[in-house]
Design a protein around this ligand. Structure first.
Ligand code: FAD
Length: 503
């Protein structure tokens, strides 16, 4: 990398002002002062942004802390609401329903993880109900209530986490104000050419003929991937045989009574429908496989399922599942849709942007001789994040008992070996991955595996330590405690208005 005397980039140019561009801008302007690193951003108002990333994961709260964003300011500016998990309707089979919560199912009991005790009681024939009955976040979803978790880890109210829903266009605007307030220089214009010497980008050339030079270029240009997509060594890993949905249609509706603290995902004949409640409207969409249904059929299925007045014409989007083999090539780093795409089934794209930005700061380009090591560490970290999300999404499709051709193909398509192994271990004894970093640790696997009809056939022998009758009685107590405690929480709508917005 050619840059300053210290080997660090002095001028960073972000290409694109969607969620990825402005999250990157906000984070970099929080971490570096303008004397250290000058951050510029170029975006084209004519091209616009995707603007449909409306559901997030709890990790976004860490991003807010990292980027110096106050929750209340963000929710007020983005018509935001709270999110405790995702409800999956009709996924495992038509008529089924479960919630993937942000948080645990119960607390450890008798020396074993809670789900092992639940499963032991279930296998013994005790009427313990579904595992969903023991998650605080799920009970709050059922009762439409919300408040932040307790910081006292001895209390059951500490066993969950939360994220947000927000209007993606407003979110980009909010972050823009924050970043510009910290000295970021924004240029409006269309990039027509990327000037380079070998794998080193020297400048972006705009339609106005202005040249924007930089040391490090962050490609946030969305599916166009203007800068990274032309780098020598660029290669795409295609995952569409596992995740064949390649289109979406989205439509906003008027806010309805069901102001839920969760995203809903309802399986359809060839994909799935999302429902995301915001303060001022509800976001709805249908993600589908164009090989199985037409655009008109997809739009009709979407409009038939919405629960409020339609506010705009349906908007169609196209994509393909997969990722770049390397997000960082030369002095260009792809962040956001330019680095890859995985359908929004588990609301992971904004998380993947966050992972890219925080890891870019962590592995910030350094002295010339250390550059390759930092770049390779960044690329393998991002690969791992993508691969985990990929496997977890495929799991939802693979474990199904639906009759339509699309679903039959999904369960008959051989999954990645990594997924098959993790799923087999869970099914035999209920052992789920316990990653220390990143997405989809044990509660997520417990939720989706049991919710889609594949609960474990055995349990951890450590659970036998506690007499079964005692376990069953503890499960009943836990359930009663949850229901009563959640009933004392504010309703989600009230909490958003009174506590989050102070109205
Ligand atoms: P974009 O929003 O496309 O922004 C690209 C930017 O580059 C724009 O500013 C554009 O003007 C600029 N640009 C492009 N070409 C040029 C050029 N030549 N010159 C100058 N500027 C240029 N994620 C979630 O986390 N949760 C969700 O619920 C979710 N739902 C989704 C639903 C759908 C149907 C889709 C398709 C995606 C969803 N995502 C979701 C993903 C999310 O929308 C994206 O990750 C996010 O919006 C980031 O997009 P981006 O900034 O990379 O690209």
């Amino acid at each position: 990398m050619r840059n300053t005397a210290q080997g660090q980039p002095k001028t960073v140019v972000i290409l694109g002002g969607g969620t990825a561009g402005w999250m990157t801008a906000t984070a970099l302007t929080a971490v570096f002062n303008p004397e250290q690193v000058r951050v510029r951003l170029v975006e084209s108002d004519d091209i616009g942004i995707v603007g449909v990333g409306e559901a997030t994961l709890p990790a976004i709260r860490e991003f807010n802390a990292f980027a110096g964003i106050a929750e209340r300011d963000m929710l007020a500016a983005t018509q935001g609401t709270y999110k405790l998990g995702i409800e999956f309707v009709d996924w495992g089979r038509i008529g089924s329903r479960y919630v993937h919560p942000f948080g645990a199912h119960g607390r450890p009991l008798g020396g074993a993880a809670f789900h092992h005790q639940w499963n032991r009681a279930r296998l013994a024939g005790a009427p313990v109900g579904p595992i969903d009955d023991y998650a605080y976040a799920i009970e709050a979803c059922r009762q439409n209530r919300f408040e932040p978790p307790s910081l006292d880890t001895s209390r059951v109210e500490s066993t969950y986490s939360y994220a947000y829903h927000f209007d993606a266009g407003l979110y980009a605007g909010f972050l823009r104000r924050v970043a510009e307030g910290r000295g970021l220089l924004r240029t409006e214009g269309r990039v027509e050419a990327v000037e380079r010497t070998g794998d080193h980008i020297t400048a972006l050339r705009l339609a106005s003929c202005e040249r924007i030079e930089g040391d490090l270029f962050i490609d946030c240009s969305g599916f166009r991937a203007i800068a990274i997509g032309e780098q020598p060594g660029d290669a795409w890993e295609d995952w569409s045989h596992w995740l064949p949905c390649d289109r979406a249609v989205a439509v906003p509706t008027a806010r309805s009574e069901a102001f839920t603290p969760f995203t809903r995902s309802t399986a359809s004949s060839a994909g799935w429908l999302w429902r995301i409640p915001l303060q001022h409207r509800t976001g709805n969409g249908h993600v589908y496989s164009s090989a199985h249904i037409s655009d008109d059929e997809a739009a009709a299925a979407l409009l038939a399922g919405v629960d409020g007045d339609v506010l705009a014409e349906p908007r169609f989007l196209r994509f393909r599942s997969g990722r770049r083999r390397a997000s960082w090539l030369g002095n260009c780093v792809a962040v956001g849709l330019s680095s890859g795409f995985l359908e929004p089934l588990e609301s992971t794209s904004i998380y993947l942007i966050q992972a890219a930005v925080t890891n870019l700061v962590k592995f910030w380009p350094g002295a010339a001789n250390g550059h390759a090591v930092l770049r390779d560490a960044f690329n393998s970290t991002i690969d791992l994040e993508y691969d985990r999300v990929r496997d977890f999404l495929i799991l939802h499709y693979w474990l199904n008992d639906r009759p339509e051709p699309f679903w039959r193909e999904r369960r008959e398509t051989e999954p990645p070996a990594s997924l098959r192994e993790t799923a087999a271990l869970f099914q035999s004894r209920g052992h789920a991955p316990s990653y220390r970093n990143g997405l989809f640790a044990a509660p997520s696997w417990i939720s989706v595996m049991t919710g889609q009809g594949a609960p474990p056939q055995g349990y951890d022998r450590l659970a036998d330590h506690m007499p079964l009758a005692q376990v069953i009685s503890a499960l009943q107590d836990e359930r009663a405690r949850l229901v009563a405690r959640v009933a004392a929480m504010p309703f989600h709508a009230d909490y958003v208005m009174r506590n989050a917005l102070g109205r």
